[in-house]
Design a protein around this ligand. Structure first.
Ligand SMILES: Cc1cc2nc3c(=O)[nH]c(=O)nc-3n(C[C@H](O)[C@H](O)[C@H](O)COP(=O)(O)O)c2cc1C
Ligand code: SF4
Length: 390
């Protein structure tokens, strides 16, 4: 699948020799360029990338690590797969540049188990990079050495959460760690580690080539640049699209030729349901924030069924470590089953919305903190429809 509507970042004309440029600069200048660009992490949480790299660079340790999060487990997301397959150079060289910037010698690509079919192709690409002296010892004749290893995940959604991912990399069961300490100080094997999304590394590569000033002309002042969206559901042209931050939901719907749209789930199962009345809202960290998943529902869709699908996913994927998430998701799903069986009052659903709000605060990691989002937002906008249909 190609990237449709390529604008800036993924225009092949912009793919220059950033690696050479980075390695002939001072590492701190690379970090500063990324900071000045305003780049925020593309995995969903939107943490400023330059700040993450600066914290890891400032940490004192014999070893540091770079991890590319290619777990891509959020339902409705498939843009990282396209980047890995078709823009491999941007991703791997972006990791080398990050390693140089923070002072790391080793990187891992944590590849989603379902993307095993890409393993051989990516391994060959790394071999080619070593032959070209773009990876390995004394990269491009410099005194900087860095290598990348690919590790496969096994299909657990929680392993996309950075601390659970690090546990999995270390060979343990994938469970979230208590934070702080954060990976930038205490990450893989206790060493400072940056974990960034596939798209974040690819964009960093382009920023090094074109400069922070050029990059920050795109998007909004708080969300610079562009975003890759994986768009699926009820539309004529699903696919991966590059749009500038600040694009409205209605413009996205026009782009993919969606008709009679009732709601758009932005941010995947753990994201928010945006109803028709709010289609003038924008994709931006300050408005509707997303790791890239956009799922479109037209007038024919049963929102109760949509919500049941999401909650079944979370019941299945909760790692079970903490009570709010382990029990809370089951309770939310049971409530939906009660509605389906005409055995549920509106006041009970309101109690469950309150339970969801408690889960957002009390759960240990991002999974349980975000799993009530679709329940709360779908009930907020479609409660009447859901109850009147039964
Ligand atoms: C349950 C869960 C799953 C996640 N899955 C992913 C994922 O597949 N890919 C990803 O980049 N970030 C994922 N994240 C976010 C990561 O924890 C982390 O914030 C991100 O990799 C940091 O990279 P960034 O700053 O470049 O966005 C997930 C978070 C949670 C709570
Ligand atoms: S919030 Fe859920 S996934 Fe995260 S630690 Fe608790 S039980 Fe595990």
């Amino acid at each position: 699948m190609p990237i449709l509507n390529k604008l800036v970042i993924f225009d092949e004309n912009n793919i220059e020799d950033s690696l050479k440029k980075a390695i002939s600069s001072e590492p701190q200048d690379v970090v500063m360029e990324i900071r000045e660009s305003g780049l925020k992490g593309r995995g969903g949480a939107g943490f400023p990338t330059g700040t993450k790299w600066l914290l890891a660079r400032s940490a004192h340790a014999d070893k540091k690590f770079v991890v590319c999060n290619a777990d891509e487990g959020e339902p409705g997301t498939f843009k990282d797969r396209i980047l890995l397959d078709e823009y491999t150079k941007l991703v791997f060289e972006g990791m080398v540049i990050a390693g140089y910037a923070i002072g790391a010698q080793k990187g891992f690509l944590y590849l989603r188990g379902e993307y095993r079919y890409l393993f051989d192709k990516l391994t060959k690409y790394l071999e080619q990079m070593r032959k070209e002296n773009r990876l390995g010892n004394n990269i491009l004749g410099s005194n900087y050495s860095f290598d990348i290893e690919i590790r496969l995940g096994s299909g657990a959604y929680v392993c996309g959460e950075e601390s659970a991912l690090i546990e999995s990399l270390e060979g343990h069961r994938g469970e979230a760690r208590n934070r702080p300490p954060y990976p930038v100080n205490t990450g893989y094997l206790g060493y400072p580690t940056i974990v960034n999304n596939v798209e974040t590394f690819a964009v960093a590569h382009i920023i090094v080539a074109k400069g922070a000033e050029w990059y920050s002309k795109y998007g909004t002042s708080k969300s610079t640049g562009t975003k890759l969206l994986s768009i699926s559901g009820d539309c004529k042209k699903p696919g991966v699209y590059e749009v500038p931050f600040g694009t409205t939901i209605s413009d996205i719907l026009k782009l993919v030729e969606a008709e009679n749209t009732k709601a758009v789930q932005v941010g995947g199962a753990s994201g928010f349901c945006i109803p028709k009345a709010e289609f003038d809202r924008t994709v931006a960290f300050e408005d509707v924030s997303t790791g890239g998943s956009v799922i479109i529902f037209n007038e024919t869709r049963d929102m109760l069924q949509v919500l049941e699908n999401f909650m079944e996913f979370f019941v299945e994927e909760s790692c079970g470590q903490c009570t709010p998430c382990r029990i809370g998701n089951v309770k939310l799903l049971e409530g939906l089953m009660k509605i389906r069986n005409n055995d549920c009052s509106l006041s009970y659903i309101h109690e469950l919305v309150d339970l969801g709000r408690s889960m957002q605060i009390a759960s240990k990691c991002g999974l349980g903190q975000s799993s009530p989002n679709p329940f709360i937002s779908i009930m907020e906008h479609f409660e009447n429809e859901i109850f009147s249909q039964r």
